[in-house]
Structure formats: structure tokens, C-alpha cells
Design a protein around this ligand. Structure first.
Ligand code: NAD
Length: 328
């Protein structure tokens, strides 16, 4: 069977070789992200695999469908870049990848620790040979209430990680996770906002979660709250967050994802004038850590992403179904 892999990264190369051979797949690799400009390359390919930086909006899916594509496998957990309604209308079935949730969960804990221990300040001072400590006093996890929004695979793994620090864990999810009954106390969303010292976001981007963190929800939070986002940038109204940091309502933030990150993160822009004012402002704050959609990026997760993407397509073609298909 033939598969075209868009956004085929160099770091995926070994895994692509290994699983393509194991599954008997002839693979065409396109390093560029899927877009209107290169969707025609999929002509004649029933199976396409993509990453989250790919554009799978309706106009792009129309080109894929016209070229014979029937299955799209995201090698990512998030699939908000796929226009689900358009895919259904065009008869394209699609799946996501349930790769190692610990990749993101470990990173979330790192960002929480960096925020509560003022790591950015400590490192910046060291770089300037300023070895003073006043102003860099931190807080201890065991004294904090940490609110986890979205307790699926990654939120649950984050809760398990955090339980080792003896923090008080509260959670909010539209579908509570029974596996967390001994670790997390579920509370209504407004209560999580009011009670949390740290809020860690792990919900998917949907119409219902876009700007879940906005001026109104920030007003309901504790003074000095810390916000960590390893989910999707659009969960936060970035302008409202910047204002809340300026007003010192939010004492720190750590963001692995950012609104309008596409085209900026995962590329080298060192000689350019970047068109992302919010990124420039956030990077300048001493109490904000910005990482560039790195959370997933471990050896285990990359291997899993490629494996699940290709297995899903093989399963669609050979059995007519995929355990990773998104149906809702
Ligand atoms: P998942 O589907 O296992 O869990 C998501 C959870 O969020 C579910 O329990 C769901 O019920 C819950 N949820 C849905 N709507 C909600 C709402 N309105 N309020 C609260 N909870 C809600 O997904 P996952 O594998 O845990 O991944 C979560 C998200 O993390 C992905 O959708 C993706 O956007 C993001 N992600 C980011 C990175 C990264 O590198 N930064 C990597 C992987 C995933």
C-alpha cells in the first residue's frame, strides 16, 4: 500500500523506515507541511499522514478528496487542524495518535517547577553574572493546589507525576476520568479557577474550549495564579493573559503553545522581524517561560507518533476500520 507523509521530519526518518518496512508500506515523504500549495502531490494516494502544523482545512481536504484520498492519519494527539465536518462531507476518514502522554506530562511538570522556582530569573541572572538570590524565592509543590483542566491521557499522566510531589490536585473535565478517583478531586470549573495556585491546561482545542482562559475566567482566579499551557495556544485569550500579567493578577505563566504559532514555531527565524507581537511581549516578561511546542518531543513519542500514524492507515485499508479513528 502507498502512503504520502506530509511534514516528514528528519527526526522521524528512522521510525518511518522501520514501520513502513514492517507494515509493507511504500512511503512518499514530503518535508513541507500540507497546504493548499502542495495538496496536489497526494493525487492517487488513498492514505495521507500529517502533523498538527499541516493545513487540513476544507479547501485542502477538497483537493485531497478529488485526488482519491480516503484516509488521513494525524501523527499527533491534537487534530483541531482537521476540518472534521468537511472531512465527513468529503468521505475522508481520519485518526489521531495516542503517543506517549508522559512526553507532555513530564514537560508540564517541568514548566510548573520552572514557574514556581523562578527558573527564568535564576538563569537570566547567571547569564549576566548576577549571583544574587533576592527576588528569586520560590514556592514548594506540597503547599500548592494545582488545578488540571482536561484529565484525559495527558492530564492523567500529569496528575500521576504531580502526586509524587504531594501537591493538592483538583481537576475539571466534561467527562471525569475514573482512573483518577484517588488522585484528583473533581470540582466545577469556577471552583478550580478560584482554588488553584497553578492551573495546567490539558483539554483539546474545540469550539467550547477556545479562549477558555479569558479576562472573565482570569478575574475568578486567585491573585498570583500561575498558568501553564501544554495543550493548544487558542485555549488562552493571549491579550487577556498579557494584561493580567501586567496587572500582576497572574504571577507567572509557562506556555509551550501559543495562538498563531503556526509558521513560527519549529522554524529558524533568526534574521527576521517576526510578525508576532504577543510572542515578543511574553518573551520579554521575566516571569513567563515560552517554549516552542516542544512538549511532545521525546524519542519515545516520536517513535510512537510514526508507528500509530502508519498502523492506523494500514488498519483502515486492510480491515476497513482503525482503532484510532475519530468518529464524533
Ligand atoms: P485526551 O482526548 O486523552 O484528553 C482530553 C481531555 O480533555 C478529555 O478527558 C476530555 O473530556 C477533556 N475535555 C474536553 N473538553 C473539555 C472542556 N471543555 N473542559 C475540560 N476538559 C475537556 O487528549 P490528550 O492526549 O490528553 O491531549 C490533550 C491535548 O493536548 C490535545 O488535544 C493536544 O491539543 C494537546 N497536546 C499538546 C502537545 C504539545 O506538544 N504541547 C502534545 C500532545 C497533545
Amino acid at each position: 500500500m502507498n502512503v504520502i507523509a506530509y511534514a516528514a521530519r528528519a527526526y522521524e526518518s528512522d521510525a518511518f523506515d522501520r514501520f513502513a518496512e514492517e507494515l509493507g508500506i511504500s512511503l512518499t515523504r514530503v518535508p513541507q507541511n500540507l497546504s493548499l500549495d502542495n495538496a496536489h502531490l497526494a493525487k492517487g494516494f488513498e492514505c495521507v499522514t500529517i502533523l498538527s502544523a499541516c493545513d487540513a482545512s476544507a479547501p485542502v481536504l477538497e483537493i485531497l478528496a478529488a485526488g482519491g484520498t480516503r484516509f488521513v492519519a494525524a501523527r499527533t494527539a491534537g487534530y483541531n487542524n482537521i476540518d472534521a465536518a468537511a472531512a465527513r462531507r468529503l468521505g475522508i476518514r481520519f485518526s489521531n495518535a495516542d503517543y506517549s502522554p508522559n512526553s507532555v506530562a513530564d514537560f508540564a511538570v517541568m514548566l510548573i517547577l520552572m514557574s514556581i522556582r523562578k527558573a527564568k530569573t535564576i538563569i537570566a541572572r547567571n547569564n549576566a553574572q548576577d549571583y544574587t538570590i533576592v527576588g528569586a524565592q520560590g514556592r514548594e509543590m506540597r503547599n500548592l493546589t494545582i488545578g488540571i483542566v482536561g484529565t484525559g491521557r495527558i492530564g492523567a499522566a500529569t496528575a500521576k507525576n504531580l502526586s509524587g510531589f504531594d501537591a493538592c490536585l483538583i481537576g475539571y473535565d466534561v467527562v471525569p476520568n475514573p482512573a483518577l478517583k484517588d488522585l484528583v478531586t473533581y470540582v466545577p470549573f469556577d471552583e478550580l479557577l478560584a482554588e488553584s495556585d497553578v492551573i495546567s491546561l490539558h483539554a483539546p482545542l474545540t469550539a467550547g474550549t477556545r479562549h477558555l482562559i479569558n479576562a472573565e475566567s482570569i478575574r475568578k482566579m486567585k491573585d498570583g495564579v500561575i498558568i501553564v499551557n501544554c495543550a493548544r495556544g487558542e485555549l488562552i485569550d493571549t491579550e487577556a493573559l498579557i494584561e493580567a500579567i501586567e496587572e500582576k493578577k497572574v504571577s507567572a505563566a509557562a506556555l509551550d503553545v501559543l495562538e498563531n504559532e503556526r509558521g513560527i514555531f519549529h522554524a529558524d527565524h533568526r534574521d527576521e522581524i517576526l510578525k508576532h507581537r504577543q510572542l515578543a511581549i511574553l518573551r520579554a516578561f521575566p516571569n513567563v517561560v515560552v517554549t516552542t511546542h516542544n512538549a511532545f518531543f521525546t524519542d519515545q513519542a516520536v517513535c510512537d507518533m510514526v508507528e500509530v500514524g502508519l498502523r492506523s492507515l494500514a488498519s483502515f485499508v486492510r480491515t476497513g476500520a482503525s482503532p484510532w479513528e475519530i468518529k464524533a
